[in-house]
Design a binder for this molecule. Structure first.
Ligand SMILES: [Zn+2]
Length: 883
């Protein structure tokens, strides 16, 4: 466990590295418990740093066995080595070669950072600071070097030996049962992008011809026997490679691109140069084992990691404060890829749902931080929705502000100007300023200020003057460490919709027409007057969710129903329905808490019915429109005094009333969409299945026995995992006999398949009933569960704390206690996964007083534990800090 990092790291303290590394030659001799790593570093003083600096290399749990400088062993008094640091007080102030030999134990490495074993496969994970667990190194992203890696292992144990770059040479080690492979990566890279893999793996092979005609070998490595499940990932990879050429002009650069799927991985996937390592959940898919959602995740994540080759690898981050430079930008790129591959409107709705569920919630709680933080204690805790999702929204706003051509010009300039460099957010933004001639000084506040902006719009219409006036106020609430905020540049895409559904011309009082419909806010309060508008329009605001804001407007229920039916912007049709439903749910939660009856909204049901009846809409969109706001959506909008039981009751009642009122139409849709065609994971097929299964779930919402029978039939007759999973999920919400029978059947069918058993754990953890806590505790003792495997932990404990609002937030605090117990049991073994689980507490201050007190008790219990990792200590202290 690391303890030397309790000192916060500050962006303001950044200093260029004193020493640069030109080349790294690694010779790694794999062994389950004693892997020998020989590193030969060609070092030189950095001309941009103060002269005569000592040499200090980072380590983490390392054992030094030998050290030489320019070929000669170093005298014991000329260096100091601890597990965390190797320093030479007076190194020669000229280029020299340092040879370091260390021993590491991959089997004991339960943190899954550095070199570890996933099953019998040796693999590495170096981002953010894992390379220092392999050898001593200036382990920071602005030290970029050319790597040559020799990997050696027992032939029988690890017939496959991989590292970054192109294969140079391979062969047997004479006189032994071992063999080796040498890989060379000609592109300078930071140490966090290093990777090697050794194991007994099967693979699928393919080829991609780039836009300049170069032939690239493609390989996806999986556990032997699972090759047939890698086909979709390979297809996704080729589509991603083509898309990056077409959308951004970016071509792949090495001769080979490899993906390795491993069963034990702390995150989703990792973009190591030429050798991506993936959680196998995001590679393996077959119709019988993966849902449409799994397929979509694979598509998006394969693309995301591939796109990093340019946004992250060729141009990397100067320091970890700039993490959004690679992550926000790459998330934006993968979102655009998915929008082009599937449906743009549906993708946008999906992305905004994720943003609101995770990032808005983070922004409103004690863990709020700017997209570019200015201080951290543990960088692993900053791989957050704010850095990723809000980071992507900032890039999207740039495109809204600059238009497609201006945005592309800025990106092109970024790629040419900074290729091969470790860059900053300022350098990225300067490319758009220079390419498009636009001042982005005030826009930079998006990177510096935490919190979700609140924008209030008041529309008034003057029939006599034929004008329409928008008065707009923006406010950014205080967040930890940032009590006072500057106004932001907010691009709000606007439509003024006439009573006949047409978009009116947006002509300002000064005669200027609004370019691309973009209203650019920049002051705390401003007024816009539009002319030539004789009839009162309805304002369609923030179309396509052009800015990541919380918007309120003086739109009444009739206006919202009008937008739901007529807006030319599909996102805002969906948003109008969500706003109507959310308003009703919030009223009813308040009513329930006050002991008053809930109200109904016939207009909302009618609007949902109209969407369902509109044959021109794509099924995937209709499915989204019929999906009511989640319990977390309601909690977030309430913002304080949150009672999860009242929210659950109000939402359940609304689902039941919609299901009953639209029953005949839902049954009709369900029948019409019951596909006889063979399963295909394409977007159209997925859209039809998703609408069919939303219809099934709404029909069953009131517990009708006919609908339960329908779900039971679908569960048993399904020929694909999407339909089977949807049916059992619907059943799981109802305390009926059929439920347990299906749960038992599911285990019997899939017990040999770890990824499917993850679904079985998650399904049971999410049952919103009092017995679930006991069920989860029992499942933690199930032979298929292991604290050592992050996917199992996330599928059981993660699903319970994130997907089950009523049971995690039990009034007696037992849900919080279960999470605290798990975090404390896991921390010493895998601090990254333990601290990630802790984020389930991110909204604890918004709870009603009783639950808030219980949550605080458990947070204080964790804080008082005698020995905590830096990861968990950082999260728990920030969660408890006075704001
Ligand atoms: Zn990424």
């Amino acid at each position: 466990m690391r303890t030397d990092q309790d000192q916060p790291v500050r962006l303001a303290d950044y200093q260029p590295p004193a020493w640069l590394v030109e080349t790294v030659e690694l010779d790694v001799s794999l062994h389950a418990t004693e892997t020998r790593v020989r590193a030969t570093l060609r070092l030189k003083p950095n001309p941009d740093a103060p002269a005569a600096a000592p040499l200090a290399l980072d380590g983490d749990e390392l054992t030094l066995t030998s050290i030489k400088l320019d070929g000669a062993p170093l005298a014991a008094d000329s260096y100091a080595a601890t597990p965390e640091r190797l320093s030479i007080a007076q190194p020669p102030q000229r280029p020299f070669v340092l040879e370091i030999e260390t021993l590491v134990d991959p089997t004991a490495n339960t943190q899954l950072s550095g070199l570890y074993r996933a099953g019998d496969t040796h693999c590495t994970q170096c981002e953010a600071e894992g390379f220092r667990r392999i050898t001593y190194f200036p382990d920071r992203p602005d030290v970029m070097a050319v790597y040559t890696t020799r990997v050696e292992a027992e032939k029988a144990e690890a017939p496959v030996l991989l590292a970054n770059g192109n294969l140079v040479e391979a062969g047997d080690v004479a006189g032994t049962t071992r063999h080796y492979a040498v890989w060379h990566d000609p592109f300078p890279k930071p140490s966090y992008l290093f990777a090697l893999v050794g194991g007994a793996l099967g693979h699928v092979a393919d080829e991609f011809v780039t836009m300049s005609g170069r032939r690239i070998a493609l390989r996806i490595y999986v556990e032997p026997g699972k090759e047939s499940r890698a086909g979709f990932a390979m297809d996704a990879l080729k589509r991603a490679m083509r898309w990056d050429e077409e959308a951004f002009g970016r071509e792949y650069d090495l001769d080979i691109f490899m993906i390795v799927a491993v069963s034990a991985f702390n995150m989703g996937a990792m973009e190591n140069k030429g050798l991506n390592v993936f959680n196998d959940k995001y590679v393996l898919a077959s119709p019988e084992t993966a849902t449409d959602e799994d397929y979509a995740n694979i598509d998006g994540i394969i693309a995301h990691e591939y796109f990093h080759n340019w946004t992250g690898n060729r141009i990397t981050c100067r320091d970890w404060f700039q993490l959004c430079l690679k992550e926000g930008l790459t998330v934006f790129r993968d979102q655009e890829y998915t929008a082009d591959q599937r449906s743009r409107a549906v993708e946008r709705i999906a992305d905004v749902r994720v943003l609101r569920a995770h990032q808005f919630a983070e922004d409103a709680g004690p863990l709020a931080h700017p997209v570019r933080p200015e201080v951290y204690r543990e960088i692993n805790n900053f791989y957050t929705p704010t850095v990723y999702e809000k980071g992507a929204e900032i890039v999207r706003m740039l495109r809204v502000l600059l238009g497609d051509a201006g945005f592309r010009a800025g990106m092109d300039l970024y790629f040419t100007r900074h290729d091969g460099q470790a860059a900053t957010v300022e350098q990225f933004i300067a490319c758009f300023t220079d390419a498009a001639g636009i001042d982005l000084e005030q826009f930079m506040h998006w990177y510096r200020q935490a919190g979700t902006p609140e924008v209030a719009v008041t529309l008034s219409h003057d029939a006599k003057a034929a004008t329409c006036t928008l008065e707009i106020v923006q406010m950014l609430p205080p967040t930890p460490g940032q009590p006072v905020k500057e106004p932001l540049v907010i691009p709000v895409v606007l439509g003024l919709v006439a009573p006949d559904g047409r978009d009116l011309p947006l002509r300002l009082a000064d005669g200027r027409e609004l370019a691309r419909g973009v209203l650019v806010l920049s002051r705390p309060a401003e007024t816009f007057v539009f002319t030539g508008i004789s009839e009162r329009p309805v304002a369609s605001l923030n179309r396509g969710f052009s800015a990541p804001i919380r918007l309120t407007a003086n739109l009444n229920a009739d206006d919202l129903r009008f937008l739901a039916a007529h807006d030319s912007d599909a996102f805002n049709r969906w948003q109008a329905l969500q706003t109507l439903a959310l308003t009703l749910l919030i009223d009813n939660v308040k009513a329930l808490r006050a002991g008053q009856p809930m109200r109904t909204d016939a207009g909302l049901v009618e609007a949902l019915g109209a969407i369902l009846a509109d044959a021109t809409l794509e099924p995937a969109f209709v499915a989204r429109a019929l999906t009511l706001p989640t319990e977390s959506d309601v909690a977030r909008e309430l913002g304080r005094d949150v009672d999860p039981d009242a929210i659950f009751a109000a939402r359940n009642a609304l689902r039941a009333s919609v299901g009953d009122a639209l029953g005949p139409a839902l049954r009709d849709i369900y029948r019409r969409l019951a596909d006889r065609a063979p399963y295909s994971p394409d977007a159209a097929g997925a859209g039809r299945r998703s609408l069919k299964n939303v219809a099934l779930d709404l029909l069953a919402a009131s517990g009708s026995s006919a609908a339960i029978a329908l779900a039971t039939r679908q569960y048993h007759s399904a020929d694909n995992m999407t339909d089977r999973m949807a049916a059992i999920t619907t059943l799981s919400l109802h305390p009926v006999r059929e439920r347990q029978a299906a749960i038992d059947d599911f285990y019997r069918r899939y017990q040999a398949d770890a990824l499917v058993i993850d679904k079985w754990f998650a399904l049971q953890a999410a049952i919103p009933e009092a017995g679930t806590l006991g069920r989860v505790q029992e499942l933690m003792r199930h032979p298929a569960f292991s604290l050592g495997n992050p996917n199992r932990v996330r599928s059981l404990v993660g699903a319970f704390t994130q997907m089950n609002q009523t049971q995690f937030n039990r009034a007696d605090g037992a849900g919080y206690a279960l999470l605290a117990d798990t975090v404390l049991a896991l921390d010493a073994r895998n601090p990254q996964v333990a601290s990630r689980l802790m984020t389930a507490f991110k909204s604890w201050r918004a709870l009603e007083p009783g639950r808030r007190a219980k949550a605080e008790t458990e947070l204080r219990r964790i804080a008082a534990a005698p020995s905590l990792s830096t990861d968990v200590r950082d999260i728990v202290e920030r969660s408890l800090a006075d704001t």
